[in-house]
Write a protein that binds this ligand. Structure first.
Ligand code: ADP
Ligand code: ZN
Length: 211
């Protein structure tokens, strides 16, 4: 199964992708995480993208698509994968089929802008195992500590109010037309993201199984 998750930053793509990955035994590929990994390792690519990303911008199509083509060759992708954060715009979408072949479904998670800021500024993640939390909506059992592995949780540099507004604007300008594009292709499933995490998950599974 090959899926794409689209939606505003903070809509819940990462949260749902992790659950879907477990449920279907397919890889969760976050191009944002792949890029952040490069930055952490201080590679040439990492240095180039860190400046752009910390300012809330988008990395060039060439860089991301080359990185993605490499990633889907890995063993954990043999049953399929979920792309989280890619494609970001129509031009990336047009190039995607050449990398992945036809997609099964594009899941679009809808959430109002005003709720997004609250979600993003409260987001915390585990730098060791990748688990995601929210200080209000999905808190860890112990404040600031990962339930899964005990590591101290961190906040992403770009999850501050100023950058979040910028990222929402980038989304509205560039990513929103994607929904229209995939509607025309006829593989989109629109999901109400303003429900509990479990309810959103159930709606996605129903949409995937109702083909
Ligand atoms: P994205 O990957 O789309 O940027 P995330 O999955 O990281 O979004 O979610 C952003 C924040 O909102 C996280 O802190 C997450 O725990 C929280 N969150 C995700 N889904 C929901 C939901 N349905 N209700 C409340 N909070 C949510
Ligand atoms: Zn952890």
């Amino acid at each position: 199964m090959k899926l794409v998750l689209i939606g505003c930053p903070g809509a819940g793509k990462g949260t749902q992708a992790k659950k879907l990955s477990k449920h279907y035994g397919i890889a969760h590929i976050s191009t944002g995480d792949l890029l952040r990994e490069q930055m952490k390792q201080g590679t040439e690519l990492g240095k180039k993208v860190s400046e752009i990303m910390n300012a809330g911008g988008l990395v060039s199509d060439e860089i991301v698509s080359a990185m993605l083509a490499e990633r889907i060759k890995a063993d954990d992708c043999k049953n399929g994968y979920i792309l989280d954060g890619y494609p970001r715009n129509v031009s990336q979408a047009e190039g995607l089929d050449a990398i992945t072949g036809p997609l099964d479904k594009v899941v679009c998670i809808d959430v109002d802008d005003n709720i997004i800021v609250d979600r993003m500024t409260g987001r915390r993640g585990c730098p060791k195992c990748g688990s995601m939390y929210h200080i209000k909506y999905n808190p860890p059992k112990q404040d600031g500590v990962c339930d899964a592995c005990g590591e101290a949780l961190i906040q992403r540099k770009d999850d501050n109010e100023e950058t979040v507004s910028k990222r929402i604007q980038v989304y509205l300008d560039e990513t929103k037309p994607l929904a229209d594009y995939y509607s025309k292709v006829g593989i989109i499933a629109d999901i109400d993201g303003q429900q509990s995490i479990d309810k959103v998950f159930n709606d996605i599974v129903s949409a995937l199984e109702s083909k």
